[in-house]
Design a protein around this ligand. Structure first.
Ligand code: SAM
Length: 302
């Protein structure tokens, strides 16, 4: 604003017939630069208003020191991290104590996304939107229920790939919904705290016109039960999309209910057609060893 006024004033001076030719030229060049600057600044502010920058909190911005437990042989659920706060107090927590992790702004992103290079959210979002586009549909029409939504990393990956409709989030940790609102405001139309047992999925699908069920890292390892997951998927209409990631061991073991359910989906049972299944590096263990998962995309056929 100030720059615009200064620019306009300078233009007025530059075109003032009483000023000398050289003075007018110098002032005109300066005025042009000032006005251009003002216009550029105004342009970026207008963009900011339409797409407010998401607050990116990093442990540096909250002055944390983080140590990862690098002992070999730890199961995923046993891996721990220690956070040292600015005032010197320390907290040790398991990575799977998600509520404690989400409660500290930037901690999930620094540990899971940055240091452990978690690829599940991006891989799920990429695989799903690629399948949708390959079948002549548009990602912007996806309306997803995000199981084990955490603080919204998957929703952000989907938004970056053209899924413009707000999602519905579900997570059993009470800290997750507030963390999603804090870290990625505006991505969820509704965020429910609880498990699938607490939710009437059919009415939710109808009310929010949902046509997509997703879950990154939310199946297996004692997270969402297969029974609840299967009945949630049954509540989706014909043509709906499903996209999940799960540990690779699920496909190589027998007798486990998640393995049996995924195998049945692959045989086109439960009214579903699997359109994509691939193995990828989900993340690193704290000791640097890779953990592999599968991403599966399916469609409800009836
Ligand atoms: C590995 S984290 C993944 C978070 C998020 N999807 C992401 O990729 O960033 C798994 C999430 O599932 C949630 N969770 C675990 N069991 C659950 C259940 N039975 N019902 C709902 N959420 C659950 C956890 O609280 C956690 O936020």
């Amino acid at each position: 604003m100030v720059a615009s006024v200064a620019g306009v004033a300078a233009f007025a001076f530059a075109t003032d017939l009483d000023a000398s030719g050289t003075t007018r030229t110098v002032v005109l060049v300066l005025a042009t630069l000032v006005v251009l600057g003002a216009l550029l600044t105004r342009g970026s502010c207008a963009t900011c208003e339409r797409n407010p920058p998401r607050p990116r909190q990093t442990p540096e911005s909250v002055s944390l020191q983080i140590e990862l437990d690098q002992r070999p042989g730890l199961e995923q659920g046993d891996e721990k991290l220690t956070v040292t706060f600015e005032d010197g107090h320390r907290e040790t927590m398991r990575l799977h104590e998600y509520g404690r992790v989400y409660a500290i702004p930037g901690l999930y992103e620094e540990v899971v996304q940055a240091r452990l290079e978690c690829a599940s959210p991006a891989t799920l979002a990429e695989s799903l939107t690629r399948e949708v586009v390959a079948r002549g549909e548009e990602p912007q029409h996806l309306r997803a229920l995000d199981l084990g939504a955490g603080n919204g990393v998957v929703a952000e990956e989907l938004r970056d790939r053209g899924v413009t409709a707000q999602l519905v989030g579900l997570d059993s940790e009470p800290e997750a919904g507030p963390a999603a609102r804090r870290d990625r405001p505006g991505l969820y139309a509704e965020y429910l705290t609880g498990t699938l047992e607490d939710v009437a999925v059919g009415p939710l699908v109808e009310r929010q016109q949902l046509n997509c069920l997703i879950g990154a890292g939310a199946l297996g390892l004692g997270h969402i039960s297969t029974k609840d997951f299967a009945s949630a998927w049954d509540a989706f209409p014909k043509g709906a999309w499903l996209a999940v990631t799960f540990p690779d061991s699920v496909l190589s073991r027998d007798g486990d209910d998640l393995s049996a359910y995924i195998s049945a989906l692959r045989r086109s049972e439960h009214g579903s057609e699997v359109t994509h299944l691939s193995r990828f590096r989900h993340r690193l263990r704290m000791n640097g060893q890779p953990i592999f998962y599968y991403v599966m995309v399916a469609r409800r056929t009836h």
